[in-house]
Design a protein around this ligand. Structure first.
Ligand SMILES: *Cc1c(COP(=O)(O)O)cnc(C)c1O
Length: 464
């Protein structure tokens, strides 16, 4: 077996040139299964390093941080607040991917059927790890393709406009890829995006959308609405949308409701099945730490699974496993959401996905959400503390903790770019959105209260 040589035990990620400055060998200690009660921030948070460190010491999930590789700067682990963009690499990923390479080396194509983890049923180890994160039944989940591709495939099924019912209702300034998908789908059916796509805007002078305004827009267009398609968490503001209310409003007008969960999956509590969502798609490289360009996910509600009138683009991987390899002329759909799958699963990507989901399972998703709330509460406390009048920035993300995940979007009033440019050399990884927004996402698996304090205090000094 390849791995008996232990290559992966001390092999760093491949790196070169300038990137080498970031690298320092990092240990791969095992973290014990979490079964302790997590203690969040206290009733009386304080703006001090000591308080932040004390909160970390009471955090039963604190050791999970050691299960991730992180960039190092000046010999110190950087504060990585970019889990909303590309989650860090779990230390067990290389091992899982190497197992697939081993199977390929040892068995060739027979790896589909042989070895400890035959590839043909490999997804069965993955889907159960997602049910709690997505709030769905196993049969409603399929892991395939990439996010934008999955949005398109699901819109082929759920956006079937007629001459009178052809509109798509979405949030204003949706993520560009989503906008391109909506526009091209509308044109594919011979409609004009300017007429068919209805964007819901925040009230003038505000950054956030109210559920009432979303529902009002759906009601206003009524019979003309074919599809309501929102994100679960807006990528720019970090606002969580009320998926249940939007779904109910869409269904009331006779439209389908779909969601892009790129910034929601692994970040907030989701109950897609219970909320009656028709379909959803998400990527796994943000909060779900499955690697750059990782295999993505899709959800189709149980009630649509055996609906033969729903159009769908089909391929052999969506055919029922029992006769998939009989190479028959007619497609017999798998009885699950896997019937939307078309091509051979990229097993190496699925292995990286599985490695990450196992960490979520060990930590417990509900524990992670609880810690996320505590981190986020401390971030808001600290930011509000340093932003006494005259205010130097505006927090775009809702102050109400039920309306946000872990991302905080900060609109800086002066010299925003200069502030941003200073953060990375100081070892704080944040991201920039035009025209003046810095986004930071403290995630519960590998960020700490201390990092939040240091970020806030750095910002305080930079904005003096
Ligand atoms: C990250 C993100 C994408 C990216 O799509 P890919 O197909 O994975 O490249 C699309 N939509 C939203 C809302 C995103 O946040």
């Amino acid at each position: 077996m390849l791995c008996s040589c232990g290559v992966h035990a001390h092999s760093p990620p491949v790196r070169a040139g300038v990137e080498a400055a970031f690298w320092r060998p990092q240990s791969r200690k095992k973290t014990p299964r979490n079964n302790k009660k997590l203690i969040g921030i206290t009733m009386h948070p304080q703006y001090s390093l000591a308080y932040a460190q004390e909160s970390d010491s009471r955090d039963s999930l604190r050791l999970f941080r050691e299960q991730f590789y992180a960039p190092y700067l000046h010999g110190k682990r950087a504060t990585y607040f970019l889990g909303n963009s590309l989650g860090l690499q779990p230390k067990n990923t290389q091992e899982e991917v190497l197992k697939i390479l081993e199977g390929w080396a040892n068995f060739g194509v027979e790896g589909f059927f042989l070895g400890n983890d035959p590839w043909l049923s490999y997804h069965k180890q993955v889907t159960p790890l997602l049910t709690n994160i997505i709030g769905a039944k196993e049969e409603e989940i399929v892991t395939m393709n990439h996010l934008t591709v999955n949005l398109h495939l699901l819109m082929i099924s759920f956006y079937q406009p007629s001459a009178t019912r052809y509109k798509i209702i979405c949030e204003a300034k949706a993520f560009p890829s989503d906008q391109y998908a909506f526009q091209s789908q509308v044109r594919l059916h011979g409609f004009d995006p300017a007429d068919a796509i209805i964007e819901v805007y925040p009230k003038p002078g505000t950054a956030l959308l109210s559920t009432e305004d979303i529902v009002a827009a759906i009601e206003k267009h009524g019979d003309a609405v074919a599809l309501v398609l929102f994100s679960g968490v807006n990528y720019y503001t970090g606002q969580v949308f009320d998926i249940a209310a939007i779904t109910a409003a869409a269904h009331k007008t006779g439209a389908y409701a779909g969601f892009d969960l790129a910034h929601a999956a692994g970040n907030i509590k989701l109950l897609l099945h219970e909320w009656g969502v028709d379909f959803a798609a998400w990527c796994n490289y943000k909060y779900l730490n499955s690697g750059p360009g990782s295999i993505a996910g899709a959800f189709v509600h149980e009630r649509h699974l055996n609906n033969n009138t729903l159009p769908r683009l089909e391929g052999w991987w969506g055919n029922n496993i029992s006769n998939r390899f009989k190479m028959e002329e007619n497609f017999t759909p798998s009885p699950t959401a896997e019937s939307w799958s078309m091509s051979t699963t990229p097993i190496m990507l699925l292995a990286a996905h599985k490695a990450s989901l196992e960490i979520f399972a060990t930590a417990g998703f509900d524990h992670l959400l609880e810690k996320s709330k505590a981190l986020s509460a401390y971030m808001f406390f600290a930011l509000n503390h340093i932003n006494q009048p005259p205010q130097k920035f505006t927090i775009l993300t809702p102050q109400n903790s039920d309306e946000r995940g872990c991302q905080v979007s900060i609109s800086i009033h002066q010299d925003a770019m200069a502030v941003f440019d200073t953060l990375m050399p100081l070892g704080i990884f944040a991201d920039w959105r035009e025209p003046n927004v810095i986004r930071v996402a403290p995630v519960p698996l590998y960020n700490s209260f201390e990092e939040i304090f240091i970020f806030a205090d750095t910002l305080r000094q930079l904005l003096k």
